[in-house]
Structure formats: C-alpha cells, structure tokens
Design a protein around this ligand. Structure first.
Ligand code: ZN
Length: 406
C-alpha cells in the first residue's frame, strides 16, 4: 500500500487506535454495561456445543483460537446458561441413522460435561438453571437441532427425555420429515400431520420445550395451536428485514407471542441483513439453508463414511463478508426493537447460534463479546428490565412453564 509521506505518522496512529478498538471488543463496552451484563442472567437459547469435539476431539473446557465458542470464552462473555444444542446434520437422514446420531451426540455431551464438571452442569428444569448459575457454573439445557427420529416415534422421544433431552425441533432441520414440514424444503403435510400433532402433545405431557425454528409457517402456526405450553423459536429472524423462508413473518410472531412464546434472535448478519445475505448467497451459489445436494449418495454410506463427510463443516463459523456490509451490534438490535414494537418486551430473547455459522456483527469476535450487545442496548435506551428479559429472563420464564408445570 502506498502512503503519502505526510500522512504516515497520523495514519500509523489511526491504525493503532483502530486495531486496538476492533481487536479488543471489551474496550468498546462501558462500565455500566459491563456491570449490568455481569449481574444479569445471560441464558442463550441456541449455542452449538459438542459437534466440534464429536468429530475432531478436544475438550470444550479448553480455549481454542478458532470457532466462536469454548467454556473459557463463554465465561469471559458472561454466559450463565444456554440451550446446549446438539446437531444431527442432514447427511445422516437418507440412510436413517438420525436416531443413532442423536444417541452418539448425547454420549459425547455427557463426556464433555464430565470433563468440565467444575464449570458446567446439565440442567433439567428452570430451578436447575438458577441453582447452577448461582453457583458460578454454566447451566446446560439440552436441545436437539435436526431430527430425533424422522417418523416421530413417541417411544424414542420418551427415551431421549429420560436421557436428559429437554428441547427439540419439530422438522428435521431444513428437511421435512414424516410428521412436520420445514421452512426450507417442499411442503409434504402443509404443517403437521396426525403424528406431528401427537409429538407436540407428548412433548407437552413430558415437559419438553417445542422449538419451531426451521419449521415452515404452517408448521409453526399449527404447533402453536396444538401446544398447551408456550413455544420457542430459538434462533430466528424477521421477514420484514430479510424476506427468506427461514425468518418469521409479523403475523406469525404475533400468534407466537399471544400464546406466551418467545423468539430468539440469531446473531448472524445473514438472517437480518440483506446485503450480507446476498453477498453470502452469491459467493456460495445457493442460500445458506439449501441442502438439496444431500441425498442419493449418502443413502448408501456407512455411518463412519457419513461422519467423514459431515466433519469438515465443524466448527461452523460465518463468512468473510466485507466489514462495511455488516451490521454493528447497534444495527442488529434494531431487529429486536422492531419485534418489541410488534409484540412487546416479554417475547424476545438471545439465540446466538455461536459455532452454528453466524457472520457476527461488526467488531464482535466470538462469544467473548456478548457484553457489546448489552452496551448497544443501553445506547438504544433500553431499560435495565428490558435488557434482563432479553438476555435470559424471558427464556427462563418459558422453561419454567414447561419444566415445572404443576
Ligand atoms: Zn439452526
């Protein structure tokens, strides 16, 4: 790069200042925001946790310099609790290995939890979340991303509950299964069929959270109608910002909120920011939810061959989109503000999707920089009460309704 000689010193100083402020997110966070963030319950509705170690080994308790999550960085970011999300990817569906893969991931989860039992603990109820986080540990509420069984077998669901699973998605991630449609594949049932409705009722009876992220509009609407409990969309966006099927239209958000449900906001630009979504789609040649290339080849593979196929995508991080296209944390919170205008502050939460592929707001490195959100909420004029609800209070309320129903 050629520099004008007169500019050299000034430019160097500017560069130093710029490097400092962008490489050290915490330096942009006010003392008031730090204090509030530390005091609040930070309960994230969607973090990808164990897939990385399942495929590549390692220990979630050790700091790593890639990806967006490990327990050390999570603690630095003030995380107190999370939906501890296990992800059965589409590769396992054609050969019908999905249930076996859930069992393998739960086994890996127990292994990681045991290795780090001084810092993290499985939570089965809202009271567990409070007890564990009050003791200074991170509470892990186990959630499943993807299909638990493509047929929706209720006995399998009950067994997974017995193993500690407390939340799951209805469709098989971006694929429809034999009981529920997905956002991102052709409709098979126009929402839920009889089995899908039975799955929702059984989840209600057991006290499991129904997570409608990745559901089609019809799936989400029908799940809200059938369920006796409030429903969560753990990591989502608004269609009024980016008109993609993975996001929620305003009328559906109102329906979700009217039954006490909560929408979690995915932290990635691709969900909410059309410029980054378009950039990513152009570079990949397809939208981020498109898995139509998975199918015939995978149907004939062994599970070990499928592991080898799935492994390289973990940990999932965002794309290298130009910084000037990205939302700042302040811009990103504009999406949440729009939802608050529509349905009020009791129905919004954080559902970051760290290590699930989000392209983070400008200046954020990984889960360490969560306090930047609290700083931006204060700049937006949010009350302390609203900030606490968004960071974890609303999620804890629904988890309590589902897991501690008398
Ligand atoms: Zn997801």
């Amino acid at each position: 790069m050629r520099r004008h000689p007169a500019c050299f010193l000034a430019c160097s100083i500017l560069l130093v200042v710029w490097t400092h402020s962008t490489s050290s997110g915490q330096s942009q966070v006010s003392d008031r925001a730090k204090t509030l963030h530390q005091a609040a319950l930070v309960f994230d509705a969607h973090v990808h946790v164990v897939n990385r170690q399942f495929y590549h080994g390692g220990d979630m308790g050790q700091r790593v310099d890639d990806g967006q999550f490990d327990l050390v960085r999570a603690k630095e970011g003030g995380l107190d609790a999370m939906f501890f999300s296990l992800f059965v990817t589409e590769q396992y569906y054609p050969a019908r290995f999905e249930t076996k893969q859930v069992l393998r991931l739960i086994d890996a989860a127990y292994d990681q939890l045991a290795k780090n039992k001084d810092r993290i603990e499985l939570a089965l109820t809202a009271s567990d979340v409070e007890r564990i986080s009050n003791a200074g540990k991170i509470a892990a509420f186990m959630d499943l991303e993807g299909g638990f069984d493509l047929d929706g077998d209720l006995g399998v669901l009950r067994d997974l509950y017995r193993l500690g699973l407390r939340s799951f998605q209805l469709p098989a991630h971006n694929w429809a299964n034999n009981f529920a449609d997905s956002c991102c594949a052709a409709a098979k049932w126009h929402g839920l069929n009889d089995r899908g409705r039975a799955v929702v009722r059984e989840a209600n009876r057991l006290g499991m959270v129904i997570n409608v992220s990745h559901g089609s509009d019809e799936t989400i609407a029908q799940a809200i109608d059938v369920s006796s409990d409030p429903i969560l969309a753990t990591h989502h966006g608004l269609r009024s910002f980016n008109n993609i099927p993975r996001n929620m239209p305003d009328d559906l958000l109102k329906k979700l909120a009217a039954k006490g449900g909560v929408i979690g906001f995915q932290i990635g630009n691709e969900f909410h920011n059309v410029k980054v979504f378009n950039w990513r789609t152009e570079h990949a040649g397809k939208p981020f939810w498109d898995t139509t290339d998975i199918g015939r080849k995978e149907a004939g593979m062994t599970i070990e061959e499928l592991d080898a196929l799935a492994a390289p995508q973990f940990p999932m991080v965002g794309v290298n989109a130009p910084d000037e296209l990205k939302f700042t944390p302040y811009d990103w919170l504009g999406v949440v503000d729009r939802a608050v205008e529509l349905v009020g502050e009791d129905h919004v939460m954080l559902g970051s999707d760290f290590d699930g592929g989000p392209t983070l707001p400008r200046g954020m490195r990984d889960i360490r920089d969560l306090p930047m959100l609290t700083d931006a909420m204060l700049k937006r004029g949010w009350s302390e009460q609203r900030i606490r609800k968004f960071l974890g209070g609303n999620l804890l309320r629904v988890v309590r309704q589902v897991t501690e129903r008398k």
